[in-house]
Design a protein around this ligand. Structure first.
Ligand SMILES: NC(=O)C1=CN([C@@H]2O[C@H](COP(=O)(O)OP(=O)(O)OC[C@H]3O[C@@H](n4cnc5c(N)ncnc54)[C@H](OP(=O)(O)O)[C@@H]3O)[C@@H](O)[C@H]2O)C=CC1
Ligand SMILES: CC(=O)C(=O)O
Ligand SMILES: [Mg+2]
Length: 639
């Protein structure tokens, strides 16, 4: 029998909720969900309302381990997927107990054949599953074999997405336990291809789409998202998806993928993550002419039309989820990315992964590389191919770090950092006006048009590719780097693999094994003259999950450059002697959750020091605290 109750609510404070059910104190015995499903939708479930309503605390991290320090302990929480709801006066939120068929179809609670005999009885599952019961560990073994049977990466990707939509905890357990193998599937490079074909491969939508059609109604759209206690949003407008250009609405694969990493690598619980694509049109002719294109078929909005939509979005997010929700900008084109960051960094908790996350990871790699090449950062000369978000973001953080180390003026330090864009070396005498983010890098030098000439004239010790253009570190360029340096540092950061400035094989071969190499997308080890070279992956995936966790768990309200430096230092510290011996300047991803906890702790500590953290009192051992906050995908027992 199904019954439904419309909740009253306690005011639009952002803290309202369904008492025991939504807070960390949930009691009961079923897979509780706060939902707005109509009773008729809930075929096999009963819908219950817990009274009296009481205001719950909108804790910075509501994670799902028992006795979690943030949720303040309390009775054993059956599912741990706490839901803080808001404004119940608008939506008829009710609390339901999923069971039977509904339970099997709910990816958050489904356990497939791992449902025990008891659970099958208690939750009306008997007969809906074959009789055998298998533990989650066996399911993981079975699933990895299933994934491996596909030879084509995109097929593996769709199999993973399919799993995520069927059984979320199994998806995360699989991803965490096989992170090195599966990262290239759910993330770069395969996610790039998935975005290119997004419309074709998806049967069910993921994430939230906000288009120009929703102008004036974004608050309403946000309320349609089923989860209420959101802690991280990754948002794109799809204009610069990896190095693949404007993919419009199909960029959704990126926020979805990044947030999977927030959970798998950083331990932020999945229900706290919200992927969003803002569709303002696309200038991609191929997509505009594709009758199956899933986005708005119009050219991109610009100027006021664009900024008004974004502003409405930013305002609505704060209104819906409060001041402490982290908004990560991802893969916006640089003509918007820098301005958005500048505009909202003082009013919102915003972070641009391409500018700031990339800078933090690369700085970590460079600091680690000093152990192999010697000297201080200030002793090195840097040359970038690509002067956009990633290039200038990294350049600026390097300069900032050197300035902190040497007490030197930024303007002087910048003179050792050179950037090449599509027109050549950025120099003062260039006639065309420079975009504002390039201006600090326009040094006195005669014009140079080719990268090879730039290498020969600037004589860098470090060459960094952030151009989005594959094959641009040619044999001559790598050879020139090797002739100038005993151990040239060469980072080919552009994604996906097709856009990498060179491959690992090319870097090692052309430098005769002298290069210290890392790339944005992964490359396999390469054997040269009997020695195996293991290329590192220099990707912001090392930083953003732990960085975000650090912000969330400390209730930090603004991102400060010093937090990026703290994250960088924390990552560099994790590179071991054993890694260095293999020529690695990044630790392997196998330990990433420990690394993320370390990064989170360092970021939080810095946030407390700067007075940006609002969670008080400050936990004594931040690293332990970070670990204790992390989502673990083991199944819960349903009583
Ligand atoms: N490994 C990682 O973690 C990350 C990797 N990336 C990758 O970096 C790449 C660039 O991203 P992003 O900086 O955001 O992009 P932007 O569009 O902001 O910048 C690209 C830059 O490359 C320059 N460029 C383009 N073509 C050439 C060329 N043939 N020769 C020299 N310069 C060229 C552009 O020049 P101009 O200004 O003249 O147009 C521009 O300065 C992408 O492939 C992205 O996937 C990004 C973030 C993180
Ligand atoms: C890694 C990443 O953020 C990018 O390539 O855009
Ligand atoms: Mg990106």
């Amino acid at each position: 029998m199904i019954s439904s109750t419309r909740c009253n609510f306690l005011g639009n404070s952002g803290l309202g909720g369904c008492g025991n059910v939504c807070g960390g104190q949930r009691r009961g015995s079923g897979p509780w969900r706060v939902s707005c499903m109509s009773p008729s939708n809930d075929r096999n479930g009963s819908v219950v309302m817990e009274t009296p309503l009481k205001e719950i605390k909108n804790e910075p991290v509501v994670e799902d381990v028992d006795n979690n320090p943030i949720s303040g302990g309390g009775p054993r929480d059956v599912y741990g997927e706490d839901k803080a709801t808001e404004d119940h006066s608008v939506t008829p939120w009710s609390v339901s107990v999923a069971s039977g068929y509904t339970l099997l179809r709910d990816p958050h609670f489904n356990k497939g054949l791992a449902f025990t005999e008891k659970e099958r009885d208690a939750h009306y599952l008997r007969g809906l599953l074959p009789p055998t019961t298998i533990p989650q560990e066996t399911q993981v073994k079975k699933m990895i074999q299933h994934i491996r049977q596909y030879q084509v990466p995109l097929q593996r990707y769709t199999a993973m997405m399919d799993l995520q939509e069927r059984n979320e905890r199994l998806f995360y357990k699989l991803l965490i336990e096989h992170v090195e193998e599966l990262l290239p599937i759910v993330y770069t490079p395969t996610v790039g291809e998935a975005c290119q074909k997004y419309g074709d491969i998806f049967m069910r939508p993921q994430g939230l789409y906000i288009s120009l059609n929703e102008k004036g109604r974004i608050l309403e759209v946000l309320r349609n998202w089923p989860e209420k206690n959101i802690q991280v949003i990754v948002v794109t407008d799809g204009e610069r998806i990896l190095g693949l250009g404007d993919l419009g609405c199909q960029g959704m694969g990126i926020p979805v993928g990044k947030l999977s990493l927030y959970t798998a690598l950083g331990g932020v619980r999945p229900s706290a993550c919200l992927p969003i694509t803002i569709d303002v049109g696309t200038n991609n002719e191929k997509l505009l002419n594709d009758e199956l294109y899933i986005g708005l078929k119009r050219r991109r909005a610009t100027g006021q039309e664009y900024s008004e939509l974004i502003h409405e979005f930013m305002t609505a997010v704060k209104q819906t989820y409060g001041e402490k929700v982290l908004i990560q900008f991802e893969d916006f084109a640089n003509h918007n990315a820098f301005d958005l960051l500048e505009k909202y960094r003082s009013t919102h908790l915003v972070f641009n992964d391409d500018i700031q996350g990339t800078a933090s990871v690369v700085l970590a790699g460079l600091v680690a590389a000093l152990k192999l090449v010697g000297g201080n950062l200030a002793d090195h000369r840097f040359l970038f191919l690509g002067a956009g978000e990633a290039g200038t973001g990294i350049a600026e953080l390097i300069a900032l770090e050197i300035s902190k180390q040497t007490n030197g003026p930024l303007e002087e330090i910048r003179k050792n950092i050179w950037l090449v864009d599509s027109k050549g070396l950025i120099v003062k005498s260039r006639k065309e006006s420079l975009q504002h983010f390039k201006k600090p890098w326009a040094h006195e030098h005669e014009p140079v048009t080719s990268l090879l000439d730039a290498v020969n004239q600037i004589k860098p010790t470090v060459l960094i590719g952030t151009s989005g253009q594959g094959k641009t570190f040619t044999k001559e360029v790598v050879e020139a780097m090797a002739s100038l340096n005993e151990k040239p540092i060469i980072l080919a950061l552009s994604n996906p693999t097709s856009q990498s400035e060179c491959t690992a094989e090319e870097a090692y071969l052309w430098s005769r094994g002298s290069a210290i190499f890392a790339s944005g997308s992964p490359f396999p080890p390469f054997e040269y003259k009997g020695k195996v070279f293991v290329p590192g992956q220099s990707n912001n995936a090392y930083i953003f999950p732990g960085f975000g966790l650090g912000l969330i768990m400390s209730g930090t309200i603004r991102v400060h450059d010093d937090l990026l430096l703290a994250a960088s230092e924390a990552l560099a510290e994790q590179v071991t002697e054993e890694n260095f011996e293999k020529g690695l300047i990044f630790p392997p991803f196998t330990n990433i959750r420990k690394i993320s906890a370390h990064i989170a702790a360092k970021v939080a500590a810095k946030a407390y020091e700067l007075g940006l953290a609002t969670r008080l009192p400050q936990p004594k051992d931040l690293e332990k605290f970070a670990e204790s906050c992390m989502y673990t995908p083991a199944y819960r027992t349903y009583r």
